[in-house]
Ligand binder design. Structure first.
Ligand SMILES: O=C(O)C(=O)C[C@]1(C(=O)O)C=C[C@@H](O)C=C1
Length: 365
């Protein structure tokens, strides 16, 4: 039997209080250093946000992490530390598909931390508008899902507008069925974003075959409707249920267990190479035999791996296609630069959206 009593907690808590004081003093010293960096950047007219530097800070900490803290915990703590330091250098606004509680908001949080100012927009078009007008310095939009494939609207807008990418977020997406009751009894309608409905189509067919499937502008909007009407269920992230005061009626109902959505970050920051980067391109080829093959040759010739190859109608009114291609590597690496130069030579249209660090899961310690 344990001899421990409540009193045994006190010395450890005293130790934590003393350590927290020291940590806070050190964090404030760190914040002052970041402010100095901010002043220098302002004088040099340099962007405040340096995603590749933040990546480097976290990777160095992982190297030095003796535990027992897990690397994933270290990443989460320092993401917020840097978010708070960054906010002291300059306030930052991030447009995303709202309202509160969407996966886009989660992705924005994950990339920018809680100290950046979120700017929820009603549609993906509005997210682009806010960024293009300069109302938000950054924007984050979903581009592909591991179950459902491309997010068409984001892709069309990336093609149509002069935007620059400075980052990506790969977010595990677990869907929860939520409503006013904790069970499936009496559900007549399931309201969610079309992507979420599609990602849960198998589950919905099996468990709610008679329910009306109602596509709405966002999952949060579905949850909001569910909070107003007991016959409606929404599909959204677990946190959304808390936000709208709903019960979880079924957990993790997405058809693919590892369902992941990839978001891209729009912003003027120009991340330097980190050794683990991705470059996003949109291309089209002249309308002749072998043109698509010519597109792939320079990449193969210089050993540049392609991680995505997607086509969309170019909306020119003719049967032309835009190719969305992601390659591994940074456009400033000589090998990638050579391949891209050759690629440009065979394209009718060439648009490089930017190079940015790949979002990897931290290696566990
Ligand atoms: O190193 C910089 O450039 C900083 O501004 C400091 C800092 C940080 O807190 O470590 C903050 C913002 C940048 O995005 C990168 C890093």
């Amino acid at each position: 039997m344990s001899q421990d009593s409540q009193d045994d907690l006190s010395p450890w808590r005293d130790q934590i209080d003393a350590l927290d004081k020291q940590i806070l003093a050190l964090l404030n010293q760190r914040a002052e250093a970041a402010q100095q960096i901010g002043h220098i950047k302002q004088r040099l007219n340099m962007p405040v946000f340096r995603p590749e530097r933040e990546r480097q800070v976290i990777e160095k900490l992982h190297e030095h992490n003796a535990g027992p803290l897990r690397n994933a915990g270290v990443s989460a703590i320092w993401r917020e530390v840097m978010s708070a330091c960054r906010a002291l250098e300059a306030p930052q606004r991030v447009a995303y598909l709202g309202p509160a509680g969407t996966f886009s908001e989660q992705a924005a949080r994950r990339f920018f931390g809680a100290s950046a100012q979120g700017f929820p927009c009603a549609t993906i078009d509005d997210v682009f508008r806010s960024y293009l007008s300069g109302e938000s310095e950054f924007a984050i939009v979903p581009v592909e899902n591991s179950t459902e494939g491309a997010v068409a609207r984001s892709m069309d807008l990336l093609l149509a507008h002069p935007v620059h990418l400075c980052g990506e977020v790969s977010l595990p997406v677990r869907h929860f069925l939520m409503r006013q009751m904790p069970d499936l009894q009496g559900i007549q309608t399931v309201a969610a974003h079309p992507q979420a409905l599609a990602q849960c189509a198998g589950w919905l067919r099996a468990h709610l075959p008679n329910a009306e499937i109602r596509p709405v502008s966002s999952n949060a909007e579905g949850a909001r409707l569910a909070a107003e009407d007991a016959s409606i269920a929404g599909i959204a992230a677990e946190a959304t249920a808390v936000l709208y005061g709903l019960h979880i009626a079924a957990r993790a109902i997405q058809d693919e267990a590892q369902n992941t959505t990839r978001f891209v970050v729009l912003g003027a920051a120009q991340p330097e190479p980190t050794g683990s980067d991705r470059t996003s391109l949109i291309l089209s080829v002249p309308n002749r035999a072998g043109a698509v093959y010519d597109l792939l040759k320079p990449l193969a010739a210089h050993g540049v791996s392609m991680t995505r190859f997607e086509s969309r109608p170019a909306r020119s009114g003719e049967w032309e296609y835009a190719f969305y291609i992601d390659v591994e590597g940074h456009q400033d690496e000589p090998r990638v630069a050579t391949a891209l130069r050759e690629l440009q030579g065979v394209c009718a249209m060439y648009k490089c959206l930017g190079s940015y660090p790949i979002d990897k899961k931290p290696r566990d310690n």
